[in-house]
Design a protein around this ligand. Sequence first.
Ligand code: ATR
Length: 280
Amino acid sequence: MKFQKEISGTTELYALIGNPVSHSISPAMHNDAFAYYGMDARYLAFKVRSENLESALKGMVALGFKGFNVTMPHKREICQYLDALAENAALIGAVNTVVLSENGRTVGHNTDASGFISMMGDHGIAMGGKTMVQIGAGGAGRAIAIQVALEGLKKLILINRTIEKALALKELIEKHTDTQVEVCALEDEKSYLDRIENSDVLVNTSSVGMAETGSEFSFLKKVTFPNYVVDIIYNPDETELLLEAKKQGAQIIKGIEMLHWQGADAFTLWMGRPYATSSS
Ligand code: ATR
């Protein structure tokens, strides 16, 4: 049951800014938690065009918003306008959560990245000292790879269709962390089948397997999966990768969980307490 507090003269405001935002689950997610805790707060979604990003930020500061999320296409652009960046956000070069303090100071964080660590922790897995194989080196892949390296991952095997992108990410990670990075081309299956088998975690951050793309990995029937297989795709709910991994008895972690944890981590940054709702 929900006990949504009435909007009053003291209601605190949180928001999502991006374009588009109408599909977002964030308003429902955060308002449910505000209701659960009986908080005098509301979360709204605002469609903000790129040319209005800076003025939208200034407006939220002026109006005393307590925090906001940032989604496509503003995650990189917003960084230049903030007062400070958390270590992960600075290295990744993208922010999805901003915390505003009483005096209007803005600090950017990346819970797309930290959410991965929280999600793995929820499954009892600490990434420190582990070996992880990651497919994909795009925006989401960059965030996750950098975050696991900051968490003390021992070895990262990066598989990508475009090798140059994976090499650039390897260089950045090896410059800033102690994680050892190896790079493989997606088309060169023999270079990574054994590496997947010998790893602790396999994660797909690429769009291969997404319902809209119709593309699929060619190695699925040839590989022995590690204990944990993660896919950040949430449509379909269980990708072919996860279905094959499940057949082999691997523990699978679905994209919907990533979506939950990026929101849960944002809530904790703003509120200093764990995300919870009456149904959780
Ligand atoms: P996101 O922000 O969701 O990570 P992105 O930055 O466009 O999106 O990254 C998409 C990732 O999926 C990239 O790793 C991309 O590979 P490239 O770097 O070679 O572009 C990968 N990807 C997308 N379509 C693919 C396909 N058909 N086959 C293999 N990899 C694909």
